[in-house]
Design a protein around this ligand. Structure first.
Ligand SMILES: NC(=O)c1ccc[n+]([C@@H]2O[C@H](COP(=O)([O-])OP(=O)(O)OC[C@H]3O[C@@H](n4cnc5c(N)ncnc54)[C@H](OP(=O)(O)O)[C@@H]3O)[C@@H](O)[C@H]2O)c1
Length: 245
């Protein structure tokens, strides 16, 4: 099996670095698909809610029309299409708002800013489900084990699946939960978690446009693999327990 979590993930840099974004997110993915086909391997690849424009008012299902608005989203969609063209037995797991123990992420940034600044302003009109990298890894392991046990008949699982924690919030709700939980665990903060200022995305302009609605409908993956996806707060608390230990 080939599990590909490598990607060009800096959305803002990608807007001006189009060639490299496509090289990593599309061309390399097509090469992995060809290798997987040649080896008879299952390819597991991660994609993103950014293949959608975010204009829909309900969570996105796998069958909803794609329409990426950023270079990152377009290059990730091109990666999905490269896999589809080669058509190996591939699993594409689209996820969103992922944070884990390694690397930079929103949870770490909020902890850092909350410890330094008395006032914090966070976008309140973009919605999604914060999803722990640990959840993505656990679900991937369960699916892969299942495909492995089933051997060739694991092909039933091929296709695109949406994978995110249950529930939804805004970036503002996410930040508030991070600081509330951290404060409850004894973290010393300058920001009052209940007084984070809610601002509009238009007041926090970034080079790459982000979908206002990043919510993913996860019914297909839950139904197909019989998995339970916990509420997003569980993943955030789990991550904070590790950061604050
Ligand atoms: N984080 C999110 O919110 C989110 C949301 C939706 C989907 N996803 C998807 O989830 C997957 C994992 O994302 P992530 O958040 O874990 O990203 P990440 O922290 O940026 O990790 C990406 C990894 O890709 C590696 N990489 C980048 N360019 C490479 C190259 N040319 N050759 C080899 N390795 C290369 C990086 O290596 P170095 O560390 O050496 O640079 C890094 O380890 C990606 O497919 C992403 O599109 C992420």
């Amino acid at each position: 099996m080939i599990v590909n979590a490598a990607a060009y993930t800096s959305m803002d840099r990608a807007e001006a670095d189009i060639e490299n974004a496509y090289a990593v997110n599309a061309t390399a993915v097509g090469i992995l698909a060809e290798e997987a086909l040649a080896l008879g391997s299952l390819l597991v690849h991660y994609s993103t809610d950014c293949v959608f424009d975010g204009c829909q008012t309900t969570p996105y299902a796998e069958t909803d029309a794609v329409n990426p608005v950023s270079v990152y989203g377009k290059s990730k969609l091109a990666g999905e299409q490269a896999i589809a063209e080669v058509a190996p037995t591939a699993l594409i797991l689209r996820t969103s708002w992922v944070a884990g123990i390694h690397g930079n992420n929103f949870v770490k940034t909020m902890l850092r800013l909350g410890a330094m600044q008395p006032a914090l302003r966070v976008v309140g009109d973009r919605f999604g489900a914060p999803t722990g990298a640990a959840l993505v890894a656990d679900v991937t392991a369960q699916i892969v084990a299942r495909a492995w046990l089933l051997g060739d008949s694991g092909a039933f699982a091929a296709g695109i699946y949406h994978l995110a924690a249950a529930g939804e919030t805004s970036w503002h709700g996410y930040a508030s939960e991070v600081l509330r939980y951290a404060a409850a665990q004894g973290a010393v903060l300058k920001t009052d978690p209940d007084r984070i200022e809610e601002i509009a995305a238009s007041d926090y302009p970034l080079p790459a446009p982000r979908p206002a609605n990043a919510r993913l409908d996860t019914a297909k993956i839950r139904r197909t693999f019989g998995i339970h996806l916990p509420d997003w707060r569980m993943g955030v608390h789990h991550l904070l327990d590790q950061f604050l230990a």
